[in-house]
Design a protein around this ligand. Structure first.
Ligand code: HEC
Length: 168
C-alpha cells in the first residue's frame, strides 16, 4: 500500500513540475540560420557531389601537414601516436578506404582532432593530395579539386561487398 502511495506522490510531483516548466517557457533552442546550417551541411558523396570550390597540391599539403598533423600522425604519416596515414600494413588510407572523397570529407569535418572544422577548403584539398601522394595513389604534382578528386581510384575500391547491390 505504502509503495503505491509514494508512487502516486512521485507521479503527481512530476506533473506539477512539468506544468511549471511549460508555463515558464524555458526558451530552449533557437531558429537555425542559413549560416549556422552551412557549417554542418558539408557531406560529400562518393561521386564528388557536395565538394566545395578550391584546390591544393601535395607540396602545399606537406607544409600544412608538418604544422597541423604531424604531431599525431607522424612525419609523412608514419610512426605517430594516432592512425598511420601512410602504411601498407595497417588498415588505413591505401588499403582500406574505398572512395577518395571520404578522406576529404573526414579531414574537413574531423581534423585536426583538437580543432575540427578549422581548415580552409584549399587546405583540405592540399592535405588530401599530400596523403594520396604519400600513398602513391596520385602523382606528386597532381592537383586535387572538385573535378579531379572524385576520379582518384582508391586501391581498395572493390574491397567492400554491398549488402544492397541494387542500390548502386
Ligand atoms: C591531436 C591529434 C591529431 C591531430 C593534430 C590530427 N589528427 Fe587525424 N586523427 C587523430 C585521431 C585520434 C584519429 C582517429 C583514428 C585513430 O587514432 O586511430 C585521426 C584520424 C585521421 C584520419 C582517418 C584515418 C583512418 O585511417 O581512419 C585522417 C585521414 C586524419 N586523421 C587526417 C589528419 C590530418 C590531415 C590532420 C592535420 C590537419 C590531422 N589528422 C591532425 C588525431 C589527430
Amino acid at each position: 500500500m505504502s509503495m503505491c502511495k509514494s508512487l502516486a506522490v512521485v507521479v503527481s510531483f512530476g506533473l506539477v513540475l512539468s506544468a511549471a516548466v511549460a508555463a515558464e517557457q524555458p526558451g530552449l533552442g533557437k531558429p537555425v540560420t542559413e549560416a549556422d546550417l552551412a557549417l554542418w551541411d558539408i557531406s560529400v558523396g562518393p561521386d564528388g557531389a557536395g565538394l566545395p570550390p578550391g584546390s591544393g597540391t601535395p607540396a602545399q599539403g606537406a607544409a600544412i601537414f608538418a604544422q597541423k598533423c604531424e604531431l599525431c600522425h607522424g612525419p609523412e604519416g608514419k610512426g605517430g601516436r594516432n592512425a598511420a596515414l601512410n602504411s601498407t600494413t595497417e588498415r588505413t588510407v591505401a588499403n582500406y578506404v574505398p572512395t577518395a572523397t571520404t578522406i576529404f570529407d573526414y579531414t574537413r569535418r574531423a581534423m585536426p582532432w583538437q580543432q575540427p572544422k578549422s581548415l580552409t577548403n584549399d587546405e583540405v584539398y592540399a592535405l588530401t593530395a599530400y596523403i594520396f601522394a604519400l600513398n602513391k595513389i596520385i602523382g606528386e604534382n597532381e592537383v586535387m579539386n572538385a573535378e579531379t578528386l572524385p576520379k582518384v581510384k582508391m586501391p581498395n575500391r572493390d574491397g567492400f561487398v554491398s549488402k544492397y547491390p541494387e542500390k548502386h
